[in-house]
Design a protein around this ligand. Structure first.
Ligand code: BGC
Length: 708
């Protein structure tokens, strides 16, 4: 015994001596670990959080569940900040906005196209790369919580933050959200899914009440957040708005109920900036952290815990969610050398920004193959957006300080070379612009809307004299093309008078290079609309004042499930351009749709489909195959809903198979009385094509003997 004891002691001393000789830092860390066992990386995130919580005082805990204002703690850049706790080794949380690049006035960063442009690629791998670039730049800036992406479903086409989103379909939004979130988080920062929930307008955004039924919540507005949770998103931002009378950030049904219990979200919920309205109600409902300051979650929360209005267990629950996420994402363990002054942009990211702009541009009209340009000797570039200051991004917290912007005029001049004469008119004088247009072989009018957080667009028209400008130019030159820089849909009263229309969204810093590449055919457009473009202002799903912007403080979601293209299908109203629509410079043929299995019994797994796509034209190009499901009428679902898609790149004459994977959830509906999703027996039609308005192929799936 004794000999063994001495022997063990001797060996221990030898090990310590050796360790000190070779790696003093390791020993210091080992000692830290024994005092601060949560620093032991080999333990699980949950275990580490529990150990740390045991060592925390009430003050330590309260300090973690709110931000500090700039006055209290001068820091640079970050829009949200939770100071480090050096005694406990808790790193600071540094939050920065980022929808199309690092926001909050950061310099030395890349301005990417708006997320709506990225979503128009219908390419989750592009969104994943988008997230990687954004995450990498944020991490390089010292940011460890990236405020984005914005994953809400667009309900109101005038919504001022449409450009920040992926559009009007829950399935598309969910796929894009998952891809971007994984990309962001692979580079270090914790992503933050915005804005939970029913945030579909800017008008009265601090107080409007979204009145929405449970089935619609579950089927339309919740699913993108479900995808975000499945993809491992670390944090969620609750919205300013109220849902059914209760502010999002103190809404127990939304927070503890749907998000944390039903979806199983394990990260933390922070309030939007100033979106916290109470201490006790919020703490009990599931709000984990107040941003940006401590109005309700500082001294007030401490007192509420001391006087028993909020239990210590509740506070610990909030603290634990923050800590577990920080541990999971390595915030306690990974060095993060960069700071707000770091220069993070690279030529590679600039090239990526251009790639997104190219992939996200949607060709809407191309009469008589006016595009790509060929055999032109002169081009008239017209409109403010063609010149030095194009609208390349949306405003508000999304704003990014662009390092440069390549204007369309610059991009076109460069690509056109000396042989083509490129002229310009800013369009402020209609007659002058018409004159410039008339003198050229082709006229390209650039038009835009200004969109941003805090205000909705008053209507769907192009503002100012832009409609008149387009008409005047089209009258002067029969070869007129319109390029739009908008964050959402606009009406096109001139559409029949022009030969070509392209939706370039807010294309970021590489605007002109991307647009020139498409105009000249160096890049074959392949973008598809992620939202419907209506024909007229009164024929939209939310055309009444009760729906938008709301009456008496309430905006009524009376269109229910008929959001976006669902409404057009259900009511038989024809849109100008349907959801999922977009042209190419080549042509494609679809055939041989196969679906397996076509008869489904109990507990169905994923359903698989294949379809053959052939490039029947003479240029290489990409096509997106879209699959929609039509449920049996008894289920009370909209006529068709997107359930799968796949994108394929084909050389001329080439044929490839596109695989479609359909989750049985897409064949289900939410049964409100049973409080769960239900799969009903019946015949389900899978419609396949290249836009919601063109679905030539179909196969039926019979569901029988379902176990509900
Ligand atoms: C926006 C959020 C943003 C926050 C911080 C709020 O006004 O709604 O999306 O992250 O400001 O800038």
């Amino acid at each position: 015994m004794r000999a063994g004891f001495y022997c063990k002691k001797w060996i221990t001393s030898l090990v310590i001596a050796l360790a000190m000789a070779v790696a003093p830092a390791t020993v210091a860390r080992a000692q830290t670990n024994s005092h601060q066992p949560w620093m032991n990386k080999s333990l699980s995130a949950g275990r580490r959080a529990n150990l740390l919580i045991r060592a925390m005082s009430l003050n330590d805990k309260v300090a973690l569940v709110h931000g500090v204002s700039r006055k209290e703690h001068p820091f640079k850049g970050y829009v949200g900040y939770v100071p480090a706790n050096p005694r406990l080794h808790i790193p600071a949380l540094k939050l920065a906005d980022g929808r199309a690049g690092v926001g909050n006035g950061a310099k030395g960063v890349t301005l990417l196209p708006a997320p709506i442009a990225a979503a128009s690629s219908w390419d989750p791998s592009l969104l994943n790369e988008f997230g990687r670039v954004l995450g990498k730049e944020q991490w390089g800036k010292g940011t460890n919580v990236e405020l984005g992406p914005t994953i809400d479903v667009v309900r109101v086409p005038e919504w001022g933050r449409t450009f920040e989103t992926y559009g009007e379909d829950p399935y598309l939004n969910g796929r894009m959200a998952a891809a971007e979130i994984k990309g962001i988080q692979s580079q270090g920062p914790i992503a933050n899914a915005n804005m939970y929930l029913t945030m579909q307008q800017e008008t009265d955004r601090f107080k409007i009440d979204s009145v929405v039924d449970e089935r619609t919540l579950q089927e339309i507005y919740l699913p993108p957040f479900g995808s975000a949770v499945s993809s491992g998103v670390g944090s969620v931002m609750c919205a300013y708005i109220k849902t059914n009378g209760v502010y999002s950030c103190e809404n127990p049904h939304l927070l503890d109920g749907l998000l944390k219990t039903q979806l199983g979200f394990g990260g933390w919920v922070m309030s939007d900036w100033g979106g916290t309205h109470s201490t006790v109600a919020s703490a009990r409902a599931g709000l984990d952290q107040e941003m940006p300051d401590s109005r309700y979650y500082g001294q007030a929360l401490k007192s509420a815990v001391e006087n028993g209005k909020v239990s210590m267990a509740t506070l610990d629950g909030h603290v634990r969610r923050i800590l577990v996420t920080m541990f999971k994402h390595g915030l306690f363990d990974k060095p993060q050398p960069g700071n707000w002054d770091s220069y993070v942009r690279t030529p590679e990211y600039a090239a990526f920004s251009r790639k997104v702009a190219e992939q996200g541009t949607v060709l809407l009209k191309n009469e008589g193959h006016i595009l790509p340009l060929s055999g032109v000797s002169s081009i008239a570039v017209i409109g403010m957006d063609g010149g030095a200051k194009p609208e390349v991004e949306g405003g508000g917290s999304s704003h990014v300080v662009a390092p440069y912007v390549i204007s369309p005029l610059e991009g076109i001049r460069k690509r056109a070379g000396a042989a083509i004469n490129v002229t310009y008119s800013d369009g402020s004088d209609l007659a002058g612009a018409a004159g410039v247009a008339k003198a050229a072989s082709v006229a390209i009018v650039f038009a835009s809307t200004v969109e941003g957080e805090g205000h909705d667009r008053p209507n769907l028209e192009l503002p100012g004299n832009q409609d008149e400008l387009i008409k005047a130019v089209a009258a002067a030159n029969p070869k007129t093309i319109v390029v739009l820089n908008t964050g959402g849909p606009v009406l096109m009263p001139w559409v029949k008078q022009v030969r070509g229309v392209m939706e370039a969204w807010y294309p970021g810093q590489e605007d002109g290079s991307a647009i020139a590449a498409i105009l000249f055919g160096d890049v074959n457009p392949a973008g598809k609309l992620p939202l419907t473009f209506p024909l007229t202002a009164d024929k939209i799903p939310t055309s009444t004042r009760q729906q938008w912007p709301g009456l008496n403080g309430k905006s009524i979601y009376s269109e229910k499930l008929d959001v976006g293209y669902r409404w057009y299908e259900a009511t038989g109203n024809r849109p100008l351009f349907p959801f999922g629509y977009g042209l190419s410079y080549t042509t494609f043929r679809l055939g041989h749709l196969a679906i397996t299995p076509t008869r489904i019994g109990r507990e169905p797994g994923f359903i698989h489909g294949t379809v053959e796509v052939t490039n029947t034209g003479s240029r290489a190009g990409a096509e997106v195959v879209e699959a929609y499901v039509r449920q049996p009428p008894a289920n009370g679902e909209p006529p068709r809903q997107l359930c799968a898609f796949g994108k394929v790149f084909l050389k001329p004459g080439e044929t490839r198979q596109v695989h479609l994977t359909i989750n049985p959830r897409s064949l289900s509906f939410y049964d409100v009385s049973a409080h769960r999703w239900k799969l009903a027996a019946g015949t389900y039609r899978i419609l396949v094509g290249t836009s919601s308005g063109s679905l030539p192929l179909h196969r039926d799936i019979i569901i029988k003997d379902v176990s509900n």
